[in-house]
Ligand binder design. Structure first.
Ligand code: G6P
Length: 608
């Protein structure tokens, strides 16, 4: 979704801003723009579509500027268009604003400003901020921004410049991330560290209700009460920002193939083999509270929700906890009784998903213990939770999540081991899980070595318009996630269902044009899965099964089978999802889809 980057220093600003925008592209967007000041003139260039188009528009224009702000927009208020793209400006056209988030009271403010003769040109909520700053401006940009944000209800990360004020960028944050980059006589502000990581590895994460003022020889940070704050500069290593495709055609394919390493990264240094337990440094500060909770509610969205759904089965298997799993967008509106004996676990790759953020804020208000599994270090969810565990899986660029899903499953298993060993789980049971976990990376490698076979099967089915995915128990979430992968990137209709529910509706859809992907490993549910498969076959439905080599009956009745290695049932879904990721990828590729940036989707969904 929307992204911000900005630069203040002594180099030409536009190439740095454009490079930043390109590094924000993976988040999903529909228009882009920048504003720079050249000799007290505010120059705004915007375009609908890709950053490349923006670059083309700029080409040939002679602009000399060493500070400016830039934005990729994902439409919320008003259609994707050049007028609605950011930066937005005021009546004098001297103020430029880029904004992530949503201003809930923008209509009310707009009416008020129109009465004061402000002329609006766009449909955006952001334009209101520019006019509000104009209204409050009295030679002091910082003061005008402070006065203006007092009036805003909603969420915002903003960057503001004024053409009369040399080398000054004011940024502010409430509910939408802003990171400051500290270079040698140059300073950056962005909504995502990726945008500025080629230029500096030194960063400061702003918290809610904080703002920063950048100029070419320094910066300072304040809170909205106008008090100066001393904040720590964090230095990140090169690895945290590696975002090249390493020779793969798409980021998604690269990320699927990275899974043996990202799975290992998720458990490396986090298991104590001779005690059959895990060691999660991030949870140590809350260990006593963690031991005393009797219920855990997992909240998340999208792929992270399916990881949570599976987490429920894993935690129920290894611990005595009552576990619920809820979509964050529903959880926050429920009439919930939470207290300090309940834990709420947010799972989020980006750590910025607005619904998940809102859900845990609600849980915080009610006194629950807040935990997180997050990939992006320093993200909003990581900041708000009491404690948590990072994935350390490196940036995930493909909009459809792959390597983070399997990494989340590993961490959920480690969390369950940690809690379970304080409860009934024996040393022997714990050790069995650890032993199986350590073998997972090699088993994933085995599956990836079969990519060509999976590709052949995918191509055979690439022309169908509908798919059903079914699974039972641990593989019910796998069916949901497998179907999500296919619909996200190939735009094929795919429904994930618990196999037992098939007879209550979806079976009416089945005919020779509606294939089913059956996740049917050799486990306690296999006989039931076989009878579901037979019901589909009886209606001429084609079956692609994901199964193990000893499940002869499943292989015999399937039209096509993808064989995966076997592991213990709670970890089998980590192996089963890998061929489904590849299956979706090869179908989408065959259909010529934009795999890394599917239409209408965003990597980091920062609106509710
Ligand atoms: C978007 C992304 C999905 C992701 C979901 C939740 O929809 O396209 O890939 O699973 O958000 O994101 P999170 O960052 O909270 O895991």
């Amino acid at each position: 979704m929307c992204g911000i980057t900005s630069y203040c220093g002594n180099k030409q600003a536009i190439p740095i801003l454009i490079e930043g925008l390109k590094r924000l592209e993976y988040r999903g967007y529909d228009s882009a723009g920048f504003a720079v000041i050249d000799n007290k003139k505010n120059i705004i260039v915007k375009s609908q579509g890709k950053v490349l188009k923006l670059e083309e528009k700029k080409a040939g224009k002679k602009i000399d500027s060493t500070f400016g702000i830039a934005h990729t927009r994902w439409a919320t208020h008003g259609e994707p268009s050049e007028i609605n793209a950011h930066p937005q400006t005021d009546c004098t056209k001297k103020i430029s604003v880029v904004h992530n988030g949503i201003i809930e009271n923008y209509l009310e403010l707009k009416e008020e400003l129109i009465k004061k003769d402000h002329k609006f040109v766009s449909e955006t909520d952001t334009e209101v901020i520019a006019h509000l700053i104009e209204e409050n401006f009295n030679e002091d940009l910082e003061d005008a921004v402070l006065k203006s944000i007092e009036r805003l209800i909603g969420t915002f990360g903003i960057a503001v410049i004024h053409s009369d004020i040399d080398h000054k960028i004011v940024v502010a944050k409430r509910g939408s991330p802003i990171i400051i980059g500290v270079g040698e006589n140059e300073f950056f502000a962005a909504s995502d560290s990726n945008a500025i990581s080629p230029f500096t590895k030194k960063m400061i994460y702003l918290r809610d209700d904080e703002m920063a003022v950048l100029n070419s020889d320094g910066y300072y940070i304040k809170n909205f009460k106008n008090e100066i704050l001393e904040k720590e500069i964090e230095t990140f290593d090169e690895v945290s920002f590696k975002t090249d495709k390493k020779g793969y055609e798409h980021f998604m394919l690269k990320e699927i193939f990275e899974q043996p390493e990202t799975i290992e990264n998720a458990f490396r240094g986090r298991i104590i083999e001779n005690e059959g337990v895990s060691k999660l440094g991030g949870l140590i500060p809350v260990l006593d509270r963690l031991k005393s909770i009797n219920k855990l509610i997992i909240v998340s969205c999208g792929t992270s929700y399916y990881a949570g759904l599976l987490g429920r089965y894993i935690l129920e298997n290894l611990t005595e906890l009552n576990v619920e799993c809820e979509l964050a967008s529903e959880f926050r509106y429920r009439r919930l009784k939470l207290d300090e004996n309940i834990g709420v676990l947010a799972i989020s790759q980006s750590g910025e998903t607005a619904d998940t953020l809102a859900a845990i804020k609600e849980a915080k208000r009610k006194g629950a213990l807040l935990l997180g599994i997050v990939n992006v270090v320093g993200s909003s969810i990581a900041q708000i939770t009491d404690a948590g565990v990072y994935n350390f899986a490196g940036p995930e660029i493909g909009v459809a999540s792959t390597k983070i899903y399997t990494s989340q499953l590993v961490i959920l298993t480690l969390m369950a081991l940690l809690i379970g060993r304080y409860q009934g789980l024996s040393y022997y049971e714990g050790s069995q899980v650890i032993c199986a976990l350590k073998n997972i990376p090699d088993k994933v490698r085995e599956i990836l070595n079969d990519a060509d076979k999976i590709k052949k099967i995918a191509l055979k089915y690439s022309k169908y318009r509908d798919f059903l995915y079914i699974g039972r128990l641990y593989n019910y979430p796998t069916a949901m996630e497998g179907a999500l992968k296919l619909k996200e990137i190939s735009y094929i209709h795919a429904e994930g269902y618990p196999a037992g529910e098939m007879k209550h509706g979806p079976i009416s859809l089945i005919d020779e044009n509606f294939p089913t992907v059956a996740i049917a490993p050799d486990d306690s549910a296999i006989d039931k899965m076989i009878s579901n498969i037979q019901q589909i076959k009886a209606r001429k439905g084609k079956i692609i099964s994901i199964t193990n080599k000893d499940a002869k009956k499943v292989i015999d009745i399937s039209n096509d089978s993808i064989i995966v290695p076997k592991t213990i049932p709670i970890l089998q879904p980590i192996l089963n999802i890998v061929p489904l990721q590849l299956f979706a990828y090869y179908i989408a590729k065959q259909r010529g889809c934009n795999i890394d940036k599917p239409r209408n989707l965003a990597k980091s969904v920062t609106v509710e």
